[in-house]
Design a binder for this molecule. Structure first.
Ligand SMILES: [Zn+2]
Length: 143
């Protein structure tokens, strides 16, 4: 089974939403803080623009918020199952502490999820770009 072509694949692996080949970020290491915000202007594989409009990624903050809440709920559920006698302090230390450590990853993930909400996967995008058939700078905004 392959997940290529799904929103999950493009988001989790932080690939170009259109071709799922090119990397969305300059570095895949979320703890390389000097390059945390660095994204190529366009996908090197298919030419998809990564900044659809000025300030495009402000909206990803809502995704980031949702991911953080979902994560904290997951930690709570996991602790309830694995360690039912936990107290509030232990939950806060483990939940918020690990969330803090994961924040750079969630930051990139939320950007990847966000652009995947607007750009549809096109399995021919990479090949068409390489043969020069696709119009340059074309980005397929849904809706
Ligand atoms: Zn691409």
């Amino acid at each position: 089974m392959t997940l290529k072509g799904t929103k999950v694949y493009g988001s989790v692996l932080q690939k170009c939403p259109k071709c799922h080949e090119g990397d969305l970020f300059t570095t895949n290491n979320p703890y390389n803080f000097s390059k945390l915000f660095d994204m190529p202007e366009k996908c090197p594989e298919c030419g998809q623009k990564f900044l659809l409009e000025p300030g495009f990624y402000y909206g990803s903050m809502y995704v980031s918020y949702g991911i953080s809440i979902a994560y904290l709920v997951s930690v709570y559920v996991a602790m309830t199952v694995l360690y039912p006698s936990f107290n509030v302090t232990e939950y806060l230390v483990l939940g918020v502490g690990s969330l803090f450590v994961l924040t750079p990853y969630f930051f990139k993930l939320s950007r990847a999820v966000w652009i995947n909400m607007f750009v549809a996967y096109d399995k021919k995008a990479s090949a068409e770009h390489k043969t020069g058939k696709a119009a340059s700078g074309d980005h397929s905004l849904k809706n």
